[in-house]
Design a binder for this molecule. Sequence first.
Ligand code: PGA
Length: 265
Amino acid sequence: MTTLWIGTSWKMNKTLAEAREWAAGLREHLDSGTKESACPHASATSTLAGIQPFVIPSFTATTTVREVLGEESPVLLGVQNAHWEDAGAWTGEVSVPQAKDAGAQIVEIGHSERREHFGETVETTRLKVAAALRHGLTPLLCIGESAEVKDAGGSSGFILEQAQGALEGLTAEELARVVIAYEPIWAIGEKGRPATVEELVEPFAALGAQHSGKVAGLLYGGSVNLDNAAELLGIEHVTGLFVGRTAWQLPGYLELLRIASAVTR
Ligand code: PGA
C-alpha cells in the first residue's frame, strides 16, 4: 500500500501557546483513537494506517512541538528551512544538525516564498538537500512554476528542471529518502486559486514518469481544502498533500487525515 503523506507547514504563524495547543490536540486525538481500537496491541500508528502525518512549525516552536507530541510520535516534525553548512559564521541561519538536535526529522527546502523573497536558488536547494541527507533527515523539496510559466505552457519542463537541479548526483538510496512537493505558485496562499484536477494531471504525469517509485513521496500543495483533498489524492502519482491554511486549525488537519484514511481504504 502506498503511504500518503499528509502534512502542514505553519509558515510564520503561531505563538508557543498556539503551537502547544495544536500539538496537544493532535496527540490527544491519536491517543484516543488508540484507546477506542479493539486491538489490544493497537498503537497510534494503527489509527493512521497508510498515512504519514507531519507538521512543520516555525523554528521557535520546534522543541515545544517535539515535547508535546512525544519522542515516539508517529507524526514527523520538520523545520521550514536549514542552512547547508553544519556550523559557522552564518548569522541568522539554523543548520541541519541544530534542527535535528531540536527534534526535527524533515527539512522543507525551496518553498516558493523562500525562492521569491530570500534568494533560494536551484543551487542552494541542491546544497540543502545534500545537507539534510548527510544528517539523516528527510528533505522535503518544494517545486512549482509561476502563472507566467504555466500560461506559456512550460509547467512540466520548469518543475522537472527544478527537481533535477536539486537532486543532481544523488544515489538511488538517497533519492528514496527525498519527498517532493509540487506546489504551483499560482495556487498557493490567499492570492492563489485552487488548481483543478485537469490542470494537475499533466505535471504529475511528468513528475511521475521521472520520480515515481524512486522518491519517498510526490505531494501536491496549494489551496488544498476539505472539498478538494479527496480528488487531489486521486490524481495519478500523487502520494500526499502539503497544506497551509486549511490545516492551521487542528479540526481542519484532523479532517484531512480522515479524508486521506478513507482514500487508503
Ligand atoms: P496554502 O499553502 O495551502 O495555504 O495555499 C500551501 C503552501 O504554501 O505550502
